[in-house]
Ligand binder design. Structure first.
Ligand SMILES: Nc1nc2c(ncn2[C@@H]2O[C@H](COP(=O)(O)OP(=O)(O)O)[C@@H](O)[C@H]2O)c(=O)[nH]1
Ligand SMILES: *[C@@H]1O[C@H](CO)[C@@H](O)[C@H](O)[C@H]1NC(C)=O
Ligand SMILES: *[C@@H]1O[C@H](CO)[C@@H](O)[C@H](O)[C@H]1NC(C)=O
Ligand SMILES: [Mg+2]
Length: 523
């Protein structure tokens, strides 16, 4: 930005100075610019900048928006096949967040629940005030609303850790290291609660399905069908709107503990595992050292050649014939010594957490995806590892990785058509073409819109219904596309094939390279 401004100022200044000066200046600026631009950029940043999905068609046979455009909701509701589901909204919140809670409810009511009337469950570690309850009831349109308190046992850390020096020290220490929310004990409690306990609350247990909400959430499009019913009909168990990478320093040991849980309990993860675990098993070989050196396809040739060259160098051979081979072998040794140690820091048995996770402040899911033996044991295992206080494991990565222990890709749905913002991250789809034949109809005067309410224009591959997207902000699909890219790659694969990793036969390659080498340098 700065550079652009400087360039522009310089160009404007041109008219005032002589040509020679201008040329020199422009050349100088361009050189400086090149230096600035060529500064190292992290891969994540690069990937984030170049992958933009919002104009692309992402629909596949495995997963796509349930409807290509708006639906006539009255027709939909009166269809004899339609069945309202056993579901509720769930929001954990505090009395002092009332204003933002109301914003959220108004938005979900206007865009969805005025037609469907699903009930709400509000949870808090403190009792809700009468004022809070009254004002919340006021903005819902005839849905059942319940308020629950979370008991001390569920909210607090286990009694054998919560008062220890180690506990307080660990949390203070995360503050010193500037880990986002690391120093807030209450944030750790919240993450732990959402990770493994919210679905045990008696008010939440009254339903089969839940839709998670948070204060300060905004919906940009109308949801004219029932997501719970469509998920039931389409055999989906978990739905998301945003998938992004987590901050590394909040979860450095989460994956290590997960792998050890998987090993100890003999769990066979579902195909969803592929969305989160980067697999480095690209090279099948008897040589453990080579397997470790080779993490990507492009490592194969150089690393195998290097091994052979060094091996031949170490072998006693013939004086004259050895000279060439020596040169090659020594160069390879030198190169290996110079090269950065090509080991991926957080690889555990050749897999690494890619930091991707479903952004869990929005979730539409069956409770049973969490309330089952594997996930409950997983949470218990993580609890005992201490990571909810020793580190700042968010409920989002814990949910995502935990779900992948039991779910397959086909169990998950991307609600691409739901425009959603929370805090500063948003996803807002393009409107589908057509859809105008279903005008907005409200029965509640509070949600009346102007007759010619201005919605965004329909676009190819659009999926939204009556969306009005904020213009001042990029879609998360276009700014942090790395994790979505992994998702898109996976759902484009054929069913049943997604667990297969493309590996190469390392032993064969090694034999070939050795043959070629001996032909060239003899022995
Ligand atoms: N009752 C209660 N709710 C909390 C507490 N901390 C966080 N929450 C709720 O948990 C959710 C997530 O917290 P938030 O601060 O929004 O986290 P962020 O979205 O990750 O920045 C929100 O719905 C908060 O209202 C707490 O100490 N008590
Ligand atoms: C909804 O689901 C819960 C949990 O499975 C169950 O206890 C409850 O009876 C169900 N309610 C209805 C109306 O089916
Ligand atoms: C060099 O190698 C050849 C066969 O490869 C062998 O016949 C010869 O004796 C060797 N010479 C020496 C000096 O080792
Ligand atoms: Mg929040």
């Amino acid at each position: 930005m700065l550079l652009v401004r400087r360039l522009r100022n310089t160009l404007l200044g041109c008219f005032r100075c002589n040509i020679m000066m201008v040329c020199l200046l422009v050349a100088f600026i361009i050189t400086v610019g090149m230096v600035l631009v060529s500064e190292p950029v992290s891969t994540e940043e690069l990937m984030g900048n170049f992958l933009s999905f919002s104009k692309m068609d992402l629909a596949t046979k495995r997963d796509r928006p349930f409807y290509p455009s708006c639906v006539d909701t009255q027709d939909y509701l009166s269809n004899p096949l339609y069945a309202k589901q056993n579901a509720s909204f769930v929001m954990l919140t505090r009395n002092e967040e009332l204003r933002d809670v109301i914003k959220t409810i108004k938005s979900i009511e206007e865009h969805f629940n005025q037609w469907f009337h699903y009930p709400y469950v509000f949870l808090n570690d403190q009792p809700f005030t009468e004022d809070f309850k009254a004002k919340v009831r006021d903005v819902t349109t005839g849905s059942n609303v319940e308020f629950g308190t979370i008991d001390e046992i569920a909210w607090n850390f286990p009694s054998d850790v919560k008062d220890t020096f180690e506990f307080h020290n660990a949390i203070e220490n995360q503050g010193d290291r500037s880990i986002l929310y690391g120093s807030m004990e209450s944030y750790h409690k919240m993450c732990r609660f959402y990770s493994g306990l919210f679905y045990k609350h008696p008010l939440v247990q009254k339903s089969e399905w839940y839709w998670r909400l948070e204060p300060d959430v905004e919906f940009f499009c109308d949801i004219t069908y029932d997501p719970f019913w469509e998920m039931t009909r389409n055999d989906k168990k978990y739905g998301f709107t945003i998938v992004i990478p987590e901050l590394y320093w909040t979860v450095p040991n989460l994956f290590r503990h997960t792998k050890s849980f998987v090993r100890k309990n003999d769990v066979t993860p579902g195909s969803l595992w592929k969305l989160f675990a980067k697999d480095y098993n690209v090279f099948e070989s008897d040589d453990a050292e080579l397997r470790d050196w080779i993490n990507y396809d492009f490592d194969v040739k150089p690393k195998v050649s290097e091994k052979i060259a060094i091996e031949q160098l170490l072998k006693k051979g013939n004086e004259s014939e050895r000279i060439n081979a020596d040169k090659e072998g020594i160069m390879n040794l030198v190169n290996r010594a110079r090269s950065k140690k090509h080991i991926v820091e957080d690889k555990f048995s050749n897999e690494e957490y890619n930091l991707c996770h479903f952004w869990s402040n929005f979730e539409i899911a069956r409770l049973s995806v969490f309330d089952n033996e594997v996930y409950n044991n997983f949470f218990q295992f993580l609890e005992e590892s201490g990571g909810f206080w020793n580190e700042r494991w968010g409920d989002a990565p814990v949910h995502s990785i935990g779900l992948s222990l039991t779910l397959d890709l086909d169990d998950v749905h991307y609600f691409r058509d739901i425009g959603y913002r929370h805090s500063s991250i948003q996803h807002c789809p393009h409107n589908a073409m057509g859809g105008k034949e279903f005008p907005y109809v409200t029965s509640d005067p509070r949600f009346k819109r102007k007759k010619n309410a201005a919605y965004d224009k329909g676009r190819d591959f659009g999926s939204g219904c009556r969306c009005k997207c904020p213009k001042n902000k990029l879609d998360v699909e276009d700014t942090t596309g790395f994790c979505l890219n992994v998702w898109v790659d996976l759902i484009n694969q054929e069913r049943g094939r997604e667990l297969r990793v493309e590996t190469v036969n390392g032993n064969q390659i090694e034999r070939n390279v050795r043959e070629d080498y001996l032909k060239e340098f003899g022995n």
